[in-house]
Write a protein of this length. Structure first.
Length: 270
């Protein structure tokens, strides 16, 4: 496997019109998951919940994949949460990055998991599996989210309990943050479930919606299109199934050009 290029070797190979940013920290959670932070280009603007195309030079050519930006729009750095795919064109190399290494990023962020794509409501559900929690890591650290909604429920489902740690770290960070703690208050709720190991809440989020356990556990009524809004990010199967459940409850899918009661992110990392 090619090691990520060091700064002095990297500058001459950076494609035109692409940012080359420096990795500032890397945290490995499991043999499948890691988080990294890197410098933010001067003048780079994005909406919390959007994704960017992240890449590395591999055998002399740039290789990119879509990554949700996990940091909020106000953050001075950019954060990403990634899977490790042994044979992945990008992630097989990206998982080896260290502080000081350089990462490519295309200049235009995009995405549908943004507050502007939702009609006004009172309760916002964020449904995520695996690294699909990344855009919500951005949104739950953005004060605007809590200005627009009275209650924000982040659901995060993984196979193993260890894979839930990133989500718990986010909640702890918010609870202890100098200004976010006051902004968020008691509006944020975290509902984590595991599918393969014993855990206080266990099972696929779609099953827990269908059998009503999600609502019982949280002490909230079933979906109401008048007040409930949703965002979905995860596996293909989970996206389709959750979308169907929300539509059955009377919610309509929205987009940047036509806000609705729920939105889906269909960009994947590989």
């Amino acid at each position: 496997m090619n090691a990520p290029a060091k700064t002095e070797d990297f500058a001459a190979t950076v494609p035109a019109g692409v940012f080359a940013e420096t990795v500032t920290s890397v945290t490995h959670y499991t043999d499948r998951l890691f988080r990294f932070r890197m410098t933010r280009p001067a003048g780079f603007r994005f909406r919390s919940g959007e994704f960017a195309m992240i890449g590395l030079m591999v055998e002399g050519k740039p290789v990119y994949r879509a990554y949700s930006i996990a940091s909020p729009a106000w953050d001075e750095e950019l954060e990403f949460f990634s899977i490790k795919v042994p044979d992945g064109p990008l992630t097989s190399h990206l998982q080896a990055i260290q502080p000081g290494d350089q990462v490519l990023m295309r200049k235009k962020p995009t995405g549908t998991l943004v507050l502007d794509a939702l009609t006004p409501g009172k309760r916002l559900y964020m449904f995520s599996t695996g690294t699909g929690v990344a855009p919500f890591a951005s949104l739950i650290r953005d004060p605007e989210t809590f200005e627009k909604f009275d209650e924000v429920i982040l659901t995060h489902t993984t196979r193993d309990v260890a894979e839930l740690k990133y989500g718990f770290d986010l909640i702890e960070e918010i609870r202890n943050h100098e200004f976010l703690a006051d902004v968020v208050g008691d509006k944020l709720r975290h509902y984590a479930t595991a599918t393969r190991e014993d855990f206080p809440f266990r099972g696929r989020i779609t099953d827990l919606i269908r059998n009503g356990k999600l609502f019982t556990d949280l002490g909230v009524p079933a979906f109401d299109p008048a007040i409930d809004r949703g965002m979905i990010c995860g596996s293909t199967e989970m996206l389709k199934e959750t979308k169907l459940l929300l539509e059955e409850a009377g919610l309509n899918e929205g987009a940047n050009n036509k806000p609705g009661e729920f939105v889906i992110e269909r960009a994947f990392v590989g």
